[in-house]
Ligand binder design. Structure first.
Ligand code: ADP
Ligand code: ZN
Length: 632
């Protein structure tokens, strides 16, 4: 274990202490989004629920108040790997952080506890089960506590696949530590999860901070399955040679088969699923984090707490469970803000399989209904002719513009048909039947099909009975899914999962708006605009052009390309020595800035994004030496 810095944090003479920490320790100039608001709110003793997309910068929201407030900030984090990473990264920045988990022996645990008691720790990470042990709660009550931060707070939700029963016990913090600010943080933002977090963690009096969920650097693409392995290979070869990424598959056997196949095809791929031997699993995860250019092929068991900033793509060979899972899984791409891809292939066989999973589960009927509706939203997303980003963001409650220019439907529009009349029929049918039925029944009404349910509710005598015979049942299904995906119909998740109208339905019903449904099912073609963008990327693969090497511009390109490689190797080397991933030393965003600015003094280097005082002290000279060796 790396020892905790013993020195006291220097005082903050600046008039704005939060900003001073941001600069001095993290090397950033400005706060992002509402980080500042959360910090100010917590500094005044308030509780907060913070919803921000992955990579949005949630950590600073509690790290900075924990450093500024008296006492230690207790961070509840679900995974050992996650807390070790966070603590490692904090220490790189010279921040006094530690964790307590099962990887420490009792001597190490007492050492950490002593530091916390003495007030020489700013942040202490613990797993919920450890925190809730009576002895731990006793110890905590003897410490000065700056705040409690509950990370990955959606783990408290019984709906989600990340549910951790121990999180439910965190309610106790509200009673046992009144007056100490509590923050719940998550990237999962759908309304039911949000209210569950607030309710279960007793955060009714907290302030809610919801960030825009857009991840503009991620390009969303969906392709109909047509030899998915070949599709994946083309995608990897043409767009992601040498890049790190994640390929998600539904089953363990498919993970292994796909990883093996990729290796045969010459890719650097490793499998990851819950059935693998612990040691191998851990090793594969570490290689993904520490080495560059590894493709991890995984089930959804892989991902929570994966903090690797330079994941350049997330590919789904099978449908994820819901749009929430999809957004969370794809959110692991491009955390460094550089261009990244989310690539999904889907086929009807996936839908059948997932439906079977849901039906075969032991969940109660109501929950199954909702799972089916969630799957509908996801299929709707795949089938839609609208901007993918718009659909995703609408689903999470944002109000995005109609096009984004960075998804397949925006970049290569698909063939569509004018669906206004069909949409109006579908919406009227929802209305006339009382806004409480699911798609199957609504389609029976529209196509005039008699069933026991139709008779029971006398739906054969309403005006929408049999008005939709021009479309087949399958076509109607697709219409409903696209209406749901585009936000024209809502799923009543609190009730029985029936469909109901919403604000957006009105203009459609009145004919004040047009709507087009997707017609073709062709795989999207490669995108021209994207290729141009990629050319600008600096990668270690790219060799400089040789024939014009004499021009001053080209010699700078030469130097920069060499410097980039050298800096990267330096980070790998330093990371190895300290047992941390290379991006803990400097991440790609910082390296890019260094390469383009080529600073000559420590002061200039210190201005660069991500170079705080500690890193400047530890690595500054070495970086400057490298730069000077490439300048001449
Ligand atoms: P998450 O919301 O997923 O927990 P993190 O807190 O890990 O996100 O932050 C994601 C990335 O953004 C990190 O590399 C972090 O250093 C960077 N970051 C966070 N806040 C800022 C800021 N104000 N300015 C620049 N970069 C920031
Ligand atoms: Zn778009």
């Amino acid at each position: 274990m790396i020892p905790v810095m013993a020195e006291q944090a220097p005082p903050f003479p600046e008039s704005d202490p939060a900003k001073a920490i941001l600069r001095r320790y993290f090397g950033f100039e400005t706060f992002r989004g509402f980080q500042r608001e959360v910090i100010d709110h917590v500094m005044q003793g308030g509780d907060a629920v913070v919803l921000m997309p992955t990579g949005g910068g949630k950590s600073l929201c509690y790290q900075i108040p924990a450093m500024l407030r008296r006492g230690v900030g207790i961070v509840v984090s679900p995974l050992i790997a996650l807390m070790q990473d966070q603590v490692g990264a904090l220490r790189q920045n010279g921040i006094r952080a530690a964790f307590i988990n099962s990887s420490l022996n009792s001597g190490e645990v007492s050492q950490v506890i002593n530091q916390a008691r003495m007030g020489t720790l700013d942040l202490l990470y613990m797993a919920p089960e450890r925190l809730l042990m009576e002895s731990s709660l006793g110890l905590l009550s003897q410490m000065n506590i700056a705040l409690f931060a509950i990370d990955e707070a959606h783990c408290v939700s019984q709906w989600g696949h990340d549910f951790r029963p121990d999180y439910l016990g965190l309610t106790a913090l509200a009673d046992q530590f009144p007056g100490i600010p509590r923050l719940a943080l998550t990237a999962t933002a759908d309304a039911p999860t949000r209210s569950e977090i607030i309710h279960r963690l007793r955060l009714e009096n907290s302030r809610l901070f919801i960030a825009g969920f857009d991840r503009p650097n991620i390009q969303y693409r969906v392709a109909i399955k047509d030899n998915p392995k070949k599709q994946l290979k083309t995608f990897l070869k043409n767009e992601h040679a040498g890049n790190a990424g994640i390929v998600y598959c539904l089953s363990r056997s498919k993970v292994e088969e796909t990883a093996y196949w990729l290796v045969e095809q010459g890719f650097n791929a490793l499998p990851y699923h819950a059935g693998l031997d612990n040691g191998i699993r851990r090793q594969n995860q570490e290689r993904f984090l520490f080495e560059s250019g590894i493709i991890i092929v995984a089930t959804i068991a892989f991902g929570m707490g994966i903090d690797k900033p330079d994941v350049r793509f997330v590919a789904h060979l099978d449908l994820p469970k819901s749009l929430e899972s999809y957004y969370q899984e794809t959110g692991r791409a491009g955390r460094d803000g550089l261009p990244a891809d989310a690539f999904l292939t889907y086929g009807l066989e996936d839908v059948v399989l997932l439906r079977k999973f849901i039906d075969g589960s032991k969940a109660e009927e109501r929950i199954k209904q909702i799972e089916h509706r969630k799957l509908d939203s996801l299929i709707g997303y795949c089938e839609s002719a609208e901007c993918r980003r718009r659909i995703l963001l609408t689903y999470f409650g944002d109000n995005p513009p109609p096009t984004c220019n960075n998804c397949d439907t925006c970049l290569t529009p698909v063939a569509t048909w004018d669906g206004l009349v069909a949409a109006q029929k579908a919406l009227s049918c929802v209305y006339r039947t009382g806004q409480r039925f699911g798609t199957a029944h609504l389609i029976d009404v529209l196509t005039g099909k008699m069933s026991e349910k139709i008779t029971r509710f006398s739906h054969h005598s309403i005006s929408t009975f049999g008005i939709g015979k021009e479309l087949t049942t399958n076509q109607w299904r697709s219409v409903f899914r696209q209406l749901i995906a585009s936000g024209y119909l809502e799923i009543d998740v609190e009730g029985h999962g029936g469909l109901r109208l919403c604000e957006a339905s009105r203009p459609l019903l009145r004919g004040e708006k047009t709507i087009f449904f997707r017609m073709d099912a062709d795989a999207p073609k490669p995108m021209a605009q994207k290729k141009e963008k990629k050319k600008e990327r600096i990668t270690d693969k790219k060799e400089p052009i040789t024939d014009t090497a004499s021009s001053p511009l080209t010699s700078r390109v030469y130097a920069q390309s060499g410097l980039w490689k050298a800096l990267r190797s330096m980070c790998v080397e330093l990371g190895k020595q300290q047992g941390v991933p290379p991006f803990f030393i400097f991440n790609d965003t910082t390296l890019r800035e260094i390469v383009s600015a080529m600073p000559t003094t420590l002061e200039q280097l210190g201005q660069i994004h991500g170079v705080g005082t500690n890193k400047l002290k530890n690595y500054g000279q070495q970086v400057l030496q490298l730069i000077s060796s490439f300048r001449s």
